[in-house]
Design a protein around this ligand. Structure first.
Ligand code: GLP
Length: 244
């Protein structure tokens, strides 16, 4: 794992986008997986700018959704798909045929998981995954305690994720379950990039940097990836004596 500690959110996003741009130049038609959430917003904006300047061509790449809230309409602005449409797919005019996403309203979620697994298998593997970290150390919706051998699966959301997740919605939501790619698939990616900024991510970042891999903090698995990068800002990398 290569650790990059940047001054602030802007610098973290710039450095992250530069790495992704280099990978996309080499693998323009690869399969990419970008997390939703607040953390990657600026990175995605910089990728779209690079696309507009013709440094990369985002329409050539393929994409698979990392995770989604179960039971949510796709046009809900808090859905992960809506986020990706807003921040990446629409501004870069990515063809729908290049995007695979979960139908989290399906009454056959097991089939949705199977379809995601098959999409990745069809492409060989994920070229690059860009992941944020949940406050409890989750990756996608791989919550503490998750089986690291899982492929795509449905999972009960922890109380932390249920309450933190409210920030994406205009009104109070019931967020009980998520559907997510599994750690195994993320670990088989050619490049794994994890980004984190701000004090709320200090605990998870500290556990990563301690080097011990634990199911109780799924993001620590990054330590075992063959080609992984951690981009954090100084706040996320700071020490805080109150953590245990
Ligand atoms: C969310 C998503 C993750 C995301 C993480 C961090 O719940 N399931 O995919 O990376 O939590 O989100 P944020 O960047 O808003 O802190």
């Amino acid at each position: 794992m290569k650790v990059n500690i940047l001054k602030d959110y802007e610098e973290m996003s710039l450095a992250t986008s530069q790495l992704i741009i280099e990978v996309m130049k080499e693998n323009p038609d690869g399969l990419y997986c970008f997390a939703g959430g607040d953390t990657p917003v600026k990175t995605l904006q910089l990728l779209v700018e690079a696309h507009q300047k013709k440094i990369i061509d985002l329409t050539k790449a393929y994409y698979i959704e990392l995770d989604e809230w179960v039971g949510l309409k796709q046009d809900n602005t808090g859905s992960c798909l809506s986020y990706l449409n807003r921040n990446l797919f629409a501004p870069a005019a990515v063809p729908q045929s290049h995007i695979h996403h979960f139908d989290s309203l399906s009454s056959h979620l097991d089939e949705e998981c199977q379809k995601a697994n098959e999409y990745i298998e069809k492409h060989g593997s994920l070229t690059l995954v860009l992941l944020g970290i949940g406050e409890n150390g989750h990756l996608g919706f791989n919550e503490p305690g998750v089986d690291f051998d899982n492929k795509a699966h449905v999972i009960s959301l922890s109380s932390t994720t249920q309450s933190v997740g409210q920030k994406y919605f205009q009104e109070e939501m019931v967020l009980k379950e998520g559907i997510t790619l599994g750690i195994r698939q993320l670990m088989e990616s050619e490049v794994m990039v994890v980004i984190a900024n701000g004090v709320k991510k200090q605990n998870a970042v500290r556990k990563i940097l301690q080097g011990e891999v634990t199911h109780m903090c799924p993001v620590t698995i990054i330590n075992e990836h063959k080609n992984s990068y951690l981009f954090i800002d100084e706040l996320a990398g700071g020490q805080n004596e109150n953590f245990n």
